[in-house]
Structure formats: structure tokens, C-alpha cells
Write a protein that binds this ligand. Structure first.
Ligand code: BTN
Length: 231
């Protein structure tokens, strides 16, 4: 892993889009002044979290890449801190105790480079519905050891995907899921849908079952439990 460690930057993912970074370069910043989240949202990035972007070859990007990355980050948290109880909420959130622990932002730049942005709360954060890794960890958190574990798990996940295909990624993701089997409300393409999340297809799309209607496949969206809780 080639690490570039900054005290502050606008956004590690924006920085990683600049010229000259080869695959597996990792940009880590202690804080971000303009962190970016999914769906154009802001990602608050005070000191005390892990904000990193990994530069990758775009040939690793498939319909299940975000799922693959979520599994890698979750398993790295387990490896590096002995954490228990972390789950994955479709499509790219890490959760603990029904609250958001972290998220991922995968971007492809001019088909030449892929950038995986990882934001994880490590220490307490004063945000509604937020969790932090210290709550789940069994041992003190060493941020660099955690980052090395993320890179190792990502390499392993990419190799497994190359060897066994998308279904292996989907199966690994489902084994950590807090979404499958739940009654949910999903906002997608201007619609709000209610139903039970019953599985994922081989491209990682969520299968939503409504009584008396055909199943719906959801490719992207924002979801909550049907009772309004985050996860
Ligand atoms: C989400 O909305 O859940 C995704 C959050 C991704 C945040 C990370 S922090 C490091 C990288 N740089 C950014 O500006 N965003 C990602």
C-alpha cells in the first residue's frame, strides 16, 4: 500500500482524482473540509474518523463492486479491532446497533481510474443516528492497521470475485446483511415503495416483495425500515 497521509484536505476522493496516482495508492486525511457522501450529500469529517480513498484500476468495477467493498471494510473492522455486531445496510452503509457507522462512495474517473472513498466514524460523533467503531471494537483502534486490513480484505474480495463471480460477492454481502428479511421503505427514482426486502439478484439489486404485486428490483435508492428507523 502506498500511503499519502494528510492532516486536512477538501475530500480525499476529490484529491484522488488528480493526476499521477497509481492503483492501490491510498489517500488518508485526518479531517476533510468538503467530504462528499452518496446522492450528493455532505459527509461531515471531523478529526476522529477514518477518511480514506483508494485508487483502483477501473477493471475491478462491476455491478457488485460497492457490495464487495462493504464486505471488505466490515471484515477489516473485525480483523483489526475484534469488533462484533457490525452489519451491512443496502447498498453501501455499515451499521452498528441500528445506527450508521460508515459509508462508501465508489466513483469511476474517465474510465481510467476507480476511486473507493471510505468514511468511518471511529470515535463518538454528535450526529443523529450515528454509531462509532469504538462502541463495537474489542481492542483499541489503530487507524493505520485498520487501513492496512481494509486494503488486504479488498484485495481478497477482488480475487474472490475474479475466481467465483458476482454470486460469491452477493452471498458474502447477504451473510452480513441487516436489510434482507426486513419490512422497508425505499425512495427510488422519485417513488416511495414499501415492502419486504427478500434478497439480492446476481447484480446486487434489491428484490422487494409486495403482497399481491410482482416483485420489484431496485438498482439504487435510499432506504429505511418501514417503521421509520434507520436500520
Ligand atoms: C455515504 O454517503 O454513506 C458515503 C460516505 C463516503 C465518505 C468518504 S470519506 C472519504 C471519501 N472522501 C469523500 O469526500 N467521501 C468519501
Amino acid at each position: 500500500m502506498q500511503l499519502i497521509h494528510l492532516a486536512e484536505t477538501e475530500s480525499t476522493s476529490t484529491r484522488a482524482k488528480g493526476p499521477g496516482f497509481s492503483p492501490w495508492t491510498v489517500i488518508l486525511s485526518d479531517r476533510q473540509t468538503a467530504g462528499r457522501g452518496q446522492h450528493g450529500r455532505e459527509w461531515q469529517s471531523p478529526v476522529g474518523g477514518l477518511y480514506a480513498s483508494i485508487v483502483l484500476d477501473p477493471d475491478v468495477v462491476s455491478p457488485v463492486f460497492t457490495l464487495l467493498a462493504g464486505v471488505a471494510v466490515l471484515e477489516a473492522c473485525q480483523d483489526a479491532t475484534g469488533a462484533e455486531g457490525i452489519g451491512l445496510k443496502w447498498v453501501n452503509d455499515l451499521v452498528f446497533d441500528g445506527r450508521k457507522l460508515g459509508g462508501l462512495l465508489a466513483e469511476v474517473v474517465h474510465r481510467k481510474r476507480a476511486i473507493l472513498g471510505i468514511g468511518l466514524n471511529l470515535a463518538p460523533v454528535n450526529l443523529p443516528e450515528a454509531a462509532w467503531l469504538e462502541e463495537a471494537a474489542a481492542s483499541p483502534i489503530d487507524r493505520l492497521a485498520l487501513l492496512e486490513a481494509i486494503v488486504a480484505r479488498l484485495q481478497f474480495g477482488i480475487e474472490r470475485w475474479r475466481a467465483h463471480g458476482q454470486q460469491a460477492v452477493v452471498d458474502a454481502w447477504i451473510s452480513h446483511s441487516v436489510t434482507i428479511g426486513r419490512e422497508i421503505r425505499v425512495e427510488t427514482g422519485g417513488e416511495t415503495l414499501l415492502g419486504r426486502a427478500v434478497g439480492l439478484d446476481a447484480d446486487g439489486r434489491l428484490v422487494l416483495q409486495h403482497p399481491g404485486k410482482a416483485d420489484r428490483l431496485i438498482a439504487s435508492g435510499t432506504l429505511r425500515l418501514a417503521d421509520g428507523r434507520y436500520a
